[in-house]
Design a protein. Structure first.
Length: 330
C-alpha cells in the first residue's frame, strides 16, 4: 500500500496565538508560500482546546452506527426526494456517483439570515440532529468542535490576509457568523462494480500501486477546508499538477483552499483539486469547510478596513445556490 508518496508541508501555528507579531510574520510567510506553491499544508501546534482526545474523536463517527430508520429521518434531498434538507443532514452514497460512502453534515446552531435572493431557503437549513444520540453528550461535543474549528479557520484566514497584504480584519469579517459546514465521513471498502462519476474501476496509481478512488477529483466551494483522517487516502494537487499525500497526524488538520478563497484572493491562491483513494480499510474523516457568511463577498479582499457591502450577485449565497443547481442538488 502506498507509503512513500510526497507529502504536504507541516506547519506549527502555535506562534499565531501569541502576542509576538514578529513570529506571526514567520508563520504567515510559511502558510502563504505553502498555499501558493503546494495548494495546502498540515497545521500542528493547535491551541489546547483544539487538541481533541482520541476517544472524543472516535465518538463523533458513531453517528453512522445509528439505525437506518433514524438516519433516514434526517436524509438529504439527494437521498430522499421529499426531504427539505439540502446542506444539512445525512447522505448515503452506496450506489456511487461523485463518491462512495456515508456523510453527516451540520452547521451553526444559530441560523444566520442571507440576502433576499431566489433559492436562499436551500442554504438556511436547521441542523438535522438524529432523534437519538449515539453516545451521551455527543451533540454537545460536536457543537463545541464546530465552534473550535471556526475559530481556527478565522485564525488562518487572518494569517493569509497578512501575507497577501490585505486588511486582515475585513477579510476575517467575511467569515464571521459563517455558514460553515462540519462533515463526518465514512468510506467503506469500495466494491469493484461501483462506479465513481461514471468511471468503471476508477483506479489511480499512487507510488506505483493501483488504488481505487472513493471520492473523485474535485475542488470545494468554501474558503478553507480542514480535514482529519484516521487512515491515509486524501491527496491534494499542487498548481504544477503534482499529487501530494497528507501525513497522518492525529493532533493536526490538513488544510487546502476552496473556490471562494480563489476569487477572494483574485487568483493569487488557487482552489485545490483533491481526491480520496482507498487503502482497503474503512476510512473515517472529519472535514470542516470554513465558509463565508451568506452576505460575504466573493470579490477580491480589500486593503481597506471598511469595504463596501457586496451586491447580491457577488455574495457567497449566490455562489452556493448556483453550485447546488448546477450539480443537481437543488
Amino acid at each position: 500500500m502506498p507509503d512513500k508518496q510526497k507529502m504536504t508541508p507541516v506547519i506549527d501555528i502555535s506562534p499565531l496565538t501569541s502576542s509576538n507579531s514578529e513570529l506571526w510574520r514567520v508563520v504567515d510567510q510559511m502558510i502563504g508560500e505553502a498555499c501558493q506553491a503546494r495548494g495546502g499544508f498540515v497545521v500542528t501546534g493547535l491551541p489546547p482546546l483544539m487538541q481533541q482526545k482520541d476517544a472524543i474523536v472516535e465518538n463523533f463517527f458513531k453517528v453512522f452506527d445509528l439505525p437506518e430508520s433514524v438516519l433516514y429521518e434526517i436524509a438529504k434531498r439527494e437521498m430522499r426526494s421529499d426531504s427539505k434538507l439540502t446542506v444539512r443532514g445525512y447522505l448515503n452514497r452506496n450506489k456511487g456517483g461523485f463518491a462512495y460512502g456515508e456523510q453527516f453534515d451540520l452547521g451553526p446552531e444559530d441560523i444566520a439570515p442571507g440576502p433576499d435572493i431566489d433559492g436562499i431557503e436551500m442554504l438556511i437549513n436547521k441542523n438535522a440532529w438524529p432523534s437519538q444520540e449515539p453516545e451521551r453528550g455527543w451533540r454537545k461535543e460536536v457543537i463545541e468542535h464546530f465552534q473550535q474549528m471556526e475559530s481556527l479557520g478565522i485564525l488562518i484566514i487572518r494569517s493569509i490576509a497578512r501575507y497577501l497584504g490585505v486588511d486582515e480584519f475585513a477579510a476575517a469579517g467575511r467569515f464571521e457568523t459563517s455558514s460553515s459546514t462540519l462533515r463526518f465521513l465514512k468510506y467503506p471498502k469500495r466494491p469493484d462494480h461501483i462506479e465513481i462519476l461514471g468511471e468503471k474501476g476508477a483506479m489511480r496509481v499512487v507510488d506505483g500501486c493501483e488504488v481505487p478512488l472513493v471520492a473523485s477529483e474535485h475542488t470545494d466551494n468554501c474558503g478553507l477546508t480542514f480535514q482529519w483522517q484516521d487512515e491515509p487516502g486524501l491527496q491534494i494537487q499542487t498548481p504544477d499538477g503534482e499529487w501530494l499525500g497528507i501525513p497522518n497526524i492525529r493532533k493536526g488538520f490538513s488544510v487546502h483552499l476552496g473556490e471562494a478563497l480563489d476569487t477572494q484572493t483574485a487568483g493569487r491562491m488557487h482552489a485545490t483539486p483533491h481526491r480520496v483513494y482507498s487503502t482497503g480499510k474503512t476510512r473515517h474523516s472529519m472535514v470542516f469547510f470554513l465558509e463565508p457568511n451568506l452576505f460575504g463577498s466573493v470579490k477580491p479582499f480589500s486593503t481597506e478596513p471598511n469595504e463596501p457591502i457586496a451586491s447580491d450577485e457577488n455574495t457567497y449565497a449566490a455562489s452556493m445556490i448556483n453550485t447546488l443547481r448546477n450539480t443537481g442538488r437543488a
